[in-house]
Design a protein around this ligand. Structure first.
Ligand code: 3PG
Ligand code: MG
Length: 412
């Protein structure tokens, strides 16, 4: 995959009105409306610094309509104030008159943050850029800008108006974070150093299972370690019975269980399943062997100590390790050890190590080991889509916009 996008340094940005798409979607404390992990906000600093002589308007989302953490971007704007040197203002509007006025008033060296772009219903549709360029979101706002900059790598797998519509109609550039992510992750697109190990966990099973299929089929992964709900789905596919609460959500994930079953029959020798779990039982952690999970009353909240050892040993004998998604509910005391041990094994290895996904990356920074990985991606789903060799709509849109811009320049 070749990435040929115009960069910030290709444009004269002084005094220019720049629409900067960021991904500052963050875990929130629902009671206090506080941002729990500010990694994605900190990661926006290089582009904001590079744009210090421009008039910057930030467009971003938080969660999705209908979810508890679908909030305004006021707290994000407040945190951005402490991250960048420019004054930051927030406007509680996206495409209405207040937004337009505030955009018009944004002066050189200032940053304006628009409200959650997903408040605009058009943003919640995925479609082709040509079509999304005709939405009100794009057609009302684009004329107010000189340049569109996409620095939202963590959303690059979404074909939404803010990602693919604006590049149709505005000169467009890749932001510095997006450039850095593409540079680091593209090292994994060629032949990996072997053995190469993928560690996949977390709750978003539907995001992970297709990626596992892909990395096994293409031979990218010599071994795949599965934890979290992903691990449970594979064990279910292998014929294991679980307690009531796990059986119940897995009934809804029947398609994924079926996919996992077919992978086990094709590539079973490369998939390493958990052999035990840490269960919450009477307020305490108890180790439960896989043979006994059907009869346990406690919730399975972490991979067990034997599994952690097997996973950590596999990591230590690898030359490439990619991880996304935690091994369990590490936020809960007593259930952090599985995730902690695999992260520590990665941090102390000499392999090329990459972690992604808000939870895992956030936990690595809490453990103060984030700088010991070769790359910590701000993205989860987008990173995995890229590593699985899928097209990223936002990157395609930037490349096409860059080609059009160069053509126009040549013709002029
Ligand atoms: C993410 O956190 O995965 C990105 O911000 C994209 O959000 P989404 O999965 O709700 O589209
Ligand atoms: Mg996501």
């Amino acid at each position: 995959m070749k990435f040929d996008c115009l960069k910030l340094s290709d444009f004269e940005i002084r005094d220019k009105k720049v629409l900067l798409r960021l991904d500052i979607n963050s875990p929130m404390d629902l009671k206090t409306n506080r941002i729990l992990d500010s990694s994605r906000i900190l990661a926006a600093k290089p582009s904001l610094d590079a744009l210090r002589d421009a008039r910057v308007v930030v467009m971003a989302h938080q969660s999705r309509p209908g979810k508890g953490d679908f909030t305004s971007l006021q707290p994000h704007a407040d945190l951005l104030k402490s991250v960048c040197s420019q004054p930051v203002r927030f406007v509680e509007d996206v495409i209405g008159p207040s937004a337009k006025t505030a955009i018009g008033e944004t002066g050189r060296g200032e940053v304006l943050v628009l409200d959650n772009v997903r408040l605009c219903s058009e943003e919640n549709l995925e479609d082709k850029g040509e079509k999304l360029a005709k939405t009100n979101l794009v057609s009302r706002l684009a004329p107010l800008f000189d340049l569109y900059v996409n620095d939202a790598f963590a959303s690059a797998h979404r074909s939404q108006a803010s990602m693919v519509g604006f590049p149709q109609v505005l000169p467009s550039a890749a932001g510095l974070l997006l450039e850095k992510e593409l540079g680091a992750l593209s090292q994994l697109l060629g032949e990996p150093n072997r053995p190469s190990t993928y560690l996949l966990g977390g709750a978003k099973v539907e995001d992970k299972v297709p990626v596992i299929e892909n990395i096994l089929a293409t031979g990218k992964a010599d071994r795949v370690l599965v934890g979290g709900n992903v691990g449970k789905v594979f064990l279910k596919a292998a014929g294991r019975k679980f307690g009531e609460s796990d059986e119940s959500w897995m009934t809804d994930a029947a398609d994924q269980v079926q996919n996992a079953r077919s992978m086990l029959s094709k590539y079973g020798d490369r998939i390493i399943l958990p052999v035990d779990f840490g269960a919450l039982s009477e307020g305490k952690r108890r180790e439960v062997a896989v043979a006994n999970i059907a009869n346990t009353t406690g919730n399975l909240m972490d991979i067990g100590s034997e599994t952690s050892k097997v996973f950590a040993d596999t990591i230590r004998s690898s030359k490439t390790v990619v991880a996304s998604g935690p091994m369990g509910v590490f936020e809960q005391t007593g259930f952090e050890s599985g995730t902690k041990l695999v992260l520590e094994a990665m941090a102390s290895s000499n392999a090329f190590t990459v972690i992604g996904g808000g939870h895992l990356a956030g936990y690595a920074s809490m453990l103060r080991i984030a700088e010991r990985f070769s790359h910590v991606s701000t993205a989860g789903g987008a990173m995995l889509s890229m590593l699985a060799g899928e097209e990223l709509p936002a990157i395609d849109a930037l490349q096409e916009a860059s080609a059009r811009y160069r053509e126009r320049r040549k013709a002029a």
